[in-house]
Design a binder for this molecule. Structure first.
Ligand SMILES: Cc1cc2nc3c(=O)[nH]c(=O)nc-3n(C[C@H](O)[C@H](O)[C@H](O)COP(=O)(O)OP(=O)(O)OC[C@H]3O[C@@H](n4cnc5c(N)ncnc54)[C@H](O)[C@@H]3O)c2cc1C
Length: 387
């Protein structure tokens, strides 16, 4: 969406100024850090935002938010983007789940902090041998009176090193029973026996392997019925996939993955235009007049337009695949200067083309692979199974 066409009211301008000042006081953008999807909002900014209800600003003030409207949400999103501040995705996925399935104790003691954003969460679904097939999880939870003892290992627990809680998928019966013997917990990450070791990812950022060794927690941390974890995790999973979320070209603050990737694609296209505008051909004319360059930029802009308009579950596969394709194509177009990293003499647009070439392929994997999205879409369309 071209937000420059929206004229802000005087109240909205005051709001924008206030949030800009708050960010400027608490945060220095790291321009080398373009793909911030595996980083977490820095704590000083988060706590200041939390005080004002701006972490989940769409929630009502008495539910920990600020009851902001769509334009104000977009103002926040754009400022986060401008200052390279990561959004706080996983907690917004979990709030409705905790409201619906959380124990009374969780609702009273943990949910309020998650709503304001003072407490943070991460997602513990994937394991070394089970990613797409989450119902094959083997991390085991065994009940012992009023407590549970958890043992196992999760892979790719993004923010596992800096979250207060992990939304953990566990096995509480026979593995062969698959989705009928799963149970969900909200495990405090500071419980003895929880450990996170880093996995550094291409294009910058960290995720983690998390280990659970005799982790003993109260039954208060269970979410939903024993052995019905599949129903509990289905909702946040569907929301993460964009099912039921209509973005209409406007990315909600903590919104769909597709909207986030489209924003990165926008920056990539802007970087490629910057490269073309600052280079000349042998005859002295701008590269912007080179028909091959124009064709490449036009194709990238068309892809971007399609991604902005890809709603719901279409958003992620379309934008992830467009991002990876265009990162490659624009890198070819803008070589060699476009491939210089941030900070290297002569690099363009903070090295976005170089960094996206590394970052973009991963976008087709995390949050579910694009193949799995295609399967889901095919199922919803009533197409026959391929096997
Ligand atoms: C950077 C990063 C961050 C991540 N963050 C998190 C996180 O915070 N929490 C978390 O729980 N997980 C996280 N993940 C895990 C991610 O969701 C999984 O990697 C992903 O779901 C794929 O699982 P897998 O790696 O086990 O691959 P597999 O499931 O083994 O898949 C391998 C290949 O087979 C294909 N495939 C598998 N099954 C099917 C099928 N039924 N039909 C068609 N093709 C299929 C896949 O598309 C893929 O190409 C993250 C992953 C990455 C890379």
């Amino acid at each position: 969406m071209d937000f420059s066409q929206v004229e802000l009211t005087s109240d909205q301008l005051v709001f924008e100024k206030e949030i800009r000042e708050l960010i400027s006081e608490n945060w220095t953008p790291n321009l080398s850090h373009i793909a911030v999807d595996h980083d977490r909002m820095p704590k000083p900014v988060r706590m200041e935002m939390a005080k004002r209800g701006w972490i989940h600003p769409d929630l009502a003030p008495d539910a920990g938010g600020a009851g902001l409207g769509e334009i104000e949400l977009e103002v926040i999103t754009n400022l986060f983007d401008e200052y390279y501040i990561p959004a706080n995705v996983s907690s917004s996925l979990l709030i409705p789940t905790l409201e619906k399935f959380g124990s009374q104790w969780l609702k009273e003691n943990v949910l309020p902090g998650i709503r304001t954003g003072e407490l943070t969460t991460c997602l513990g679904y994937s394991e070394p041998d089970n990613g797409s097939d989450m119902a094959a999880a083997t991390t085991r939870a065994v009940q012992d009176g009023d407590t549970w003892v958890i043992n196992g290992q999760k892979m790719w627990t993004t923010w596992g090193n800096e979250s207060d809680y992990v939304f953990l998928l566990t096995r509480t019966g026979a593995v062969e029973e698959k989705h009928r013997t799963l149970t969900m917990f909200l495990v405090p990450m500071n419980t003895p026996g929880v450990d996170a070791t880093p996995v550094w990812i291409l294009g910058g950022g960290r995720t983690n392997v998390t280990f659970y060794s005799d982790v003993t927690i109260s039954d208060n941390y269970r979410i939903g019925p024993v052995n019905d974890g599949w129903s509990v995790m289905s909702e946040p999973l569907a929301t993460e996939h964009g099912a039921g979320v209509v973005t209409e070209g406007v990315a909600p603050v903590n919104g769909s993955m597709g909207a986030g990737f489209s924003r990165v694609l926008q920056k990539l296209v802007d970087g490629a235009i910057q490269w073309a505008a600052s280079r000349t051909m042998a005859d002295g004319r701008s590269r912007l007049e080179d028909p091959l360059v124009r064709a490449a930029l036009a194709e990238a802009m068309l892809d971007l337009e399609m991604c902005w308009n890809a709603e719901g579950e279409l958003g992620k596969p379309m934008s992830a695949e467009a991002l990876a394709k265009q990162a490659d194509k624009l890198a070819d177009m803008a070589a060699p200067e476009g491939l210089l990293d941030f900070g290297v003499d002569g690099s363009i647009a903070a090295g976005i083309i170089a960094s996206e070439r590394q970052h973009a392929p991963g976008t087709a994997v995390y949050g579910g692979t694009t193949e799995i999205y295609r399967n889901n879409l095919a199922r919803r369309l009533g197409l026959p199974r391929p096997y």
